[in-house]
Design a protein around this ligand. Structure first.
Ligand SMILES: [Mg+2]
Length: 212
């Protein structure tokens, strides 16, 4: 008998590359500043990208504002524009097929950290409701219960009325996803960044072997 009943996926950097989201958000911010402040779109966009290449995510708006001499009081507005923008992201075709294939035999659940609105908009852009029968947003009540906190892992188990051993957690984050699963003795699989062919094969192998 098949042991695994529910496959729980993380979203960012597991099903798609989060860099794509960041880039899409920077474009929305550059467009906003071009419209509202008559700034040059390309200048704003390239300084945001430059900041991302140098420092990664975080403080990108500060960097851009100080470089372009913009009063940084506008930053909170830019954060809203970023978080509320409709993301231009798509699922890689092979990942789409992989999810489709899995969804025929298993219940698929999405368990994602991140603020509610942006996560919901990502889910919509990636059309994830086609493959996932449940979606849990672990930061919908704030940061306290974000993965690796067990609260939402437990909610998934309760929803499906399964034991932790009957789930498989798939995610990229060694703390949020992997430690979260380990705490509950839930089987897990760590991906490096955006599922690759080798990882997909290993997951299929695990599901195949995990039979009693
Ligand atoms: Mg992730």
């Amino acid at each position: 008998m098949r042991m695994t009943k529910v496959i729980i996926f993380d979203l960012d950097n597991t099903l798609y590359n989060e860099k794509e989201y960041v880039i899409s958000g920077f474009k929305a911010v550059a467009l906003f500043l071009a419209r509202e402040k008559s700034l040059d779109y390309c200048t704003v966009y390239s300084s945001l990208l430059e900041s991302f290449v140098i420092n990664g995510r975080g403080n990108n708006f500060n960097y851009m504002c100080s470089k372009l001499n913009i009063n940084n009081r506008i930053i909170s507005r830019l954060v809203d524009v970023y978080r509320e923008h409709c993301p231009e992201i798509i699922l890689r075709e092979d990942i789409e097929l992989f999810l489709l294939e899995l969804s025929r035999e298993y219940n698929l659940c999405l368990l994602t950290n991140g603020w509610l609105l942006p996560q919901k908009m990502k889910v919509e852009s990636l059309k994830l409701d086609r493959y996932f029968d449940t979606i849990f947003y672990s930061q919908q009540d704030g940061l306290d219960f974000a993965k690796p906190h067990p609260k939402y892992f437990m909610q998934v188990l309760q929803f499906y009325k399964i034991e932790a051993s009957e789930a498989l957690m798939i995610g990229d984050d060694p703390v949020a996803d992997i430690q979260g699963a380990k705490k509950l003795n839930m089987p897990y699989f760590q991906v490096s960044n955006e599922l690759d062919d080798n990882e997909k094969q290993q997951i299929i192998q695990f599901l195949h072997d995990n039979i009693q």
